[in-house]
Design a protein around this ligand. Structure first.
Ligand code: SPV
Ligand code: MN
Length: 626
């Protein structure tokens, strides 16, 4: 027995010791032993891929009170996070950087040694009286060039249970890999918990990323975006790994879109949190592979992608029977679902925008709740949090794509970038080239802060390729990696910019309904195969009215008027020029390694806009470009 196993043996049951010994990798044992030495759990539970281990985790989540099985429907549970732990915590999530190295100014970072001392100090003895659960997972399909193994030590049964729904099991992969395996590591503790089993010291929340050691530390939080290490935390490490190995790790959905004669074209799509990513991935009649994180590699000169995850941690607000039939069904029938931060009343879950009347009292993330209840600042507490979520396995969805676990992934026909841009970009457009798309749509992505992160909502910001919160390499390098990736491909995926949030110029009303995205994606599918024509404008290639009219009828059975088309697809020159100014300024001020190509593409876009303006004025009807 190696010294690490020996050290933790007293905390392991005989079966746990056996499971751990099967993994012939002292680095695995070392990580667990050091976590134990720091956090001092009473016991250590080794969770293999076996059904009984998984069932035990779920049982414990309920037995400890981290989840409650109060629902009428079998398999459903609810977990509550603390009032100050309802979203990703940007401020307390930091990269640890060694002396003399600095990431782009826009990123939250601190000195590595200082950070390690602080976060290890915060973790010290936090698991006394608790069990430390050890989970092994595979990011991406197993036995694949995409596979990355991950190991998490946590004292939260809820976190361990959630990981079971969201990821592919990886214990057997660790056994198979033996001493060779290289893996990402996460050490998490919910910290001191209240009687309600929520993290009691949110002011001491810390989420630190140590890429030097491929390790993430997360403490005093339970919100899955901060605590489920394989989600956004490991993603940050994966971005670095991808960058050094020449592939792409992206905050992207993956879906199959049907064209004529049952042709299926695969799309990836990058959207910042709470900007329509999950609802796009779940469009009825199409197939879903993933809604959050994709790895993309060049294989035989094609761009191929996999979903890193195997489940969905989705925003539940506004999920209703009419617009979201697929997930509605999962959430309203028996099967494994973990709800978080919703309202519970009489064994039923309720959330905002569910299209049903919500009770006037019940239990939510603030405890017993009644209409009019106020928080300590006198602000009224909603029935459910806006960022309330559900966790389900993708297998629960009827339209899960059969290629989900293909070790070679799926070949991408198109990539879309969508932000929250109320003023400038048209609802859908195709780029002139890979480079133009990566820069004008991806790197220039503008959005507004949402409830998915803690802090003020509605603050405009640049969110490069929707990974601004996760980027762990210099930002210019990321843009460059994308540009270079395209050069390796025989045929690049067609790049599109979408904007679900365009508003009317004068009255602030949204110009599209949420269903319209289905039409845009059907148009994009046709464009990938060059089956419909497009109109060249200064910012990209836009749809023709006739094609959209037909698609609106086919897809939504809606009459699409010319008037709507013109409003939606008018090129707004002043707003577009202002956008270019904001983006250029952001990169000039924050990103010292911005590739020249970026400024070149923005310059050309400006020139095209100015030329059109000179000819047609500030607001140009799409018909002028035909
Ligand atoms: C997001 O906020 O982008 C999410 C949820 O997908 S989480 O990152 O887990 O908070
Ligand atoms: Mn996300």
């Amino acid at each position: 027995m190696n010294p690490y196993l020996e050290a933790i043996q007293p905390k392991l049951g005989p079966k746990d010791l056996e499971k751990l010994s099967e993994i012939d990798n002292p680095i695995v044992h070392e990580f667990i032993a050091k976590a134990s030495d720091l956090c001092h759990p009473d016991k250590i539970f080794i969770c293999s891929d076996a059904k009984e281990d998984i069932a035990y985790v779920r049982k414990q989540a309920i037995a400890t009170g981290e989840e409650q099985a109060t629902f009428t429907l079998q398999g459903h549970t609810v977990h509550f996070d603390g009032e100050q732990d309802q979203g990703r915590d940007r401020q307390n999530t930091k990269y640890l950087v060694p002396k003399g190295i600095s990431l782009s100014k826009a990123l939250n970072q601190m000195d590595r040694q200082e950070g390690l001392t602080e976060v290890r100090g915060a973790l010290r003895d936090l698991m006394v009286g608790k069990t430390m659960i050890v989970r092994f997972i595979s990011l991406g399909p197993v036995d694949s060039v995409f596979t990355i193994l991950g190991l998490q030590c946590t004292d939260s049964w809820y976190v361990a249970h959630t990981e079971d729904l969201l990821y592919r099991p990886g214990y057997k992969e660790f056994v198979k890999a033996g001493p060779k395996s290289d893996f990402l590591r996460v050490l998490h503790s919910a910290g001191k918990v209240t009687e309600e089993m929520v993290s009691a010291e949110p002011q001491k929340k810390r989420i630190y990323i140590d890429h030097m050691d491929n390790t993430i530390y997360s403490v005093n939080t339970q919100y899955a975006g901060n605590s489920v290490g394989f989600k956004k935390l490991a993603f940050r490490l994966a971005i670095r790994k991808a960058s050094s190995e020449g592939w792409l790790a992206e905050h992207m959905l993956l879906m199959g879109v049907y064209g004529p004669n049952k042709r299926k074209t695969y799309f990836a799509g990058a959207f910042p949190s709470a900007c329509g990513k999950t609802s796009t991935a779940m469009l009825p009649g199409e197939t879903i592979l993933g809604d959050d994180i994709a790895y993309i590699r060049e294989i035989d000169s094609a761009a191929r992608a996999v979903n890193v995850e195997a489940g969905i941690f989705g925003i539940i607000q506004d999920v209703n029977a009419k617009d979201d039939a697929l997930i509605w069904k999962v959430l309203t029938t028996p099967g494994e679902v973990i709800f978080s931060n919703i309202l519970v009343k009489d064994g039923k879950p309720y959330w905002l925008g569910m299209g049903k009347e919500i009770p006037k009292d019940g239990v939510n993330y603030t405890g017993p709740w009644y209409e009019g209840k106020k928080d300590e600042n006198g602000v009224e507490i909603p029935a459910a949090n806006k960022n309330a979520r559900y966790a389900v396995s993708l297998d629960a969805l009827q339209n899960v794509d059969p290629e989900l676990n293909n070790p070679d992934g799926v070949e991408l026909g198109g990539i879309m970038y969508g932000g929250r841009d109320t003023k400038a970009y048209v609802p859908v457009q195709q780029s002139f080239s890979w480079e133009h798309g990566i820069i004008a749509y991806g790197a220039s992505l503008e959005t507004e802060t949402t409830f998915a992160t803690i802090g003020k909502e509605g603050v405009p910001e640049i969110n490069m390729m929707s990974i601004q919160d996760f980027i762990s390499i210099p930002m210019g390098k990321n843009v460059n990696n994308n540009l270079e990736f395209g050069k390796k491909l025989k045929k690049c995926p067609t790049v599109f910019g979408v904007n679900y949030f365009l508003k009317e110029l004068n009255n602030g009303k949204y110009l599209n309904s949420p269903q319209d995205k289905h039409v845009w994606i059907k148009w994009m599918e046709r464009r990938v195969h060059n089956e419909v024509e497009a109109i060249e404008t200064p910012t990209g290639l836009i749809p023709k009215y006739e094609d959209l009219k037909k698609l609106f009828k086919e897809v939504l059975d809606k009459a699409y008027t010319k008037e709507d088309y013109i409003k939606q697809f008018t090129i707004r020159v002043p707003e577009n020029l202002a956008k270019i100014d904001r983006v250029s300024r952001f990169y000039q001020e924050n990103v010292t390694d911005t590739p020249l190509e970026m400024f070149g593409q923005l310059y050309m876009q400006r020139e095209r806009l100015l030329a059109a303006q000179a000819k047609y004025g500030d607001y140009i009807s799409p018909e002028k470009f035909e």
